[in-house]
Design a protein around this ligand. Sequence first.
Ligand code: AMP
Length: 280
Amino acid sequence: MKVVHTIHHLQEAVSDFKKQHLTVGFVPTMGALHQGHISLTQRAKAENNVVVVSIFINPMQFNNADDFKKYPVTTESDLAMLSEAGCHLVFLPSADEVYTAHEAPLVFDLEMLDKVMEGEFRPGHFQGVITVVNKFFNWIKPDKAYFGEKDFQQLAVIRKMSTALHPDMEIIGCPTLREKNGLAMSSRNRRLSEQERKDASVIYESISLLTELKSSLDVSAAKNQVINSIQSVQPFKVEYLDIVNADTLISLSQWTESSPMRACIAVWCNEVRLIDNVPV
Ligand code: AMP
């Protein structure tokens, strides 16, 4: 496995792959890798000749300076995990390599997709995400790129940007990997205490109930029940719980059978913010 830090070396390695007519699968990450990331890498490996993984904690997508400062960094074990998973090339750039000084985000209209849920509570977040992912797509020009359904809204945003700017590239959404107790795997889980990690099972447990609750309660009452059940466990606080049309992400006030629905949630555990989502 080769590790490169500059765009020049990245493009040199990628152009070597292309000269050999090898197909390229790409997995962008922010590091602090867990089995969720590895499942994306393995899927990329199964569907392409070579796998490129980026590890970059993208400053432009953090709307909270403290969250950025405390984002876990575990580069050595990340590289060991990627090597073990059969990754071929890791791109590990510095912020100065990716951005020029005071660079503005990419101008791209995400319409409603960055106005709701995460977009509402993390202003500028998705513009930061598409700015860096668009750069990586331009430098690597992968055949396929892999994203987790764990970040359901991000996946929708990437699909929209990619359809317009990278129409030949395929975006593959991959299922959420969970801890045994149901907690969605996340780099931020490292910031939870052992007890909090156990108790955080209440998030998945409660949102999974929506599939049953929809037959007896209206959307608003079902949401309240889920929120109350999560908040009955200290110190969890629900920031939002939305039932949305899974394609448009438009919030639903009534259950519908005509299009797939998704429940999306953000929960604070003290100063750690956790997100999750399930089909309903
Ligand atoms: P991150 O490092 O958090 O930016 O995540 C990098 C990629 O891994 C994104 O496409 C995430 O959606 C995906 N990912 C994160 N957690 C999980 C998980 N538990 N299961 C599957 N994919 C995940």
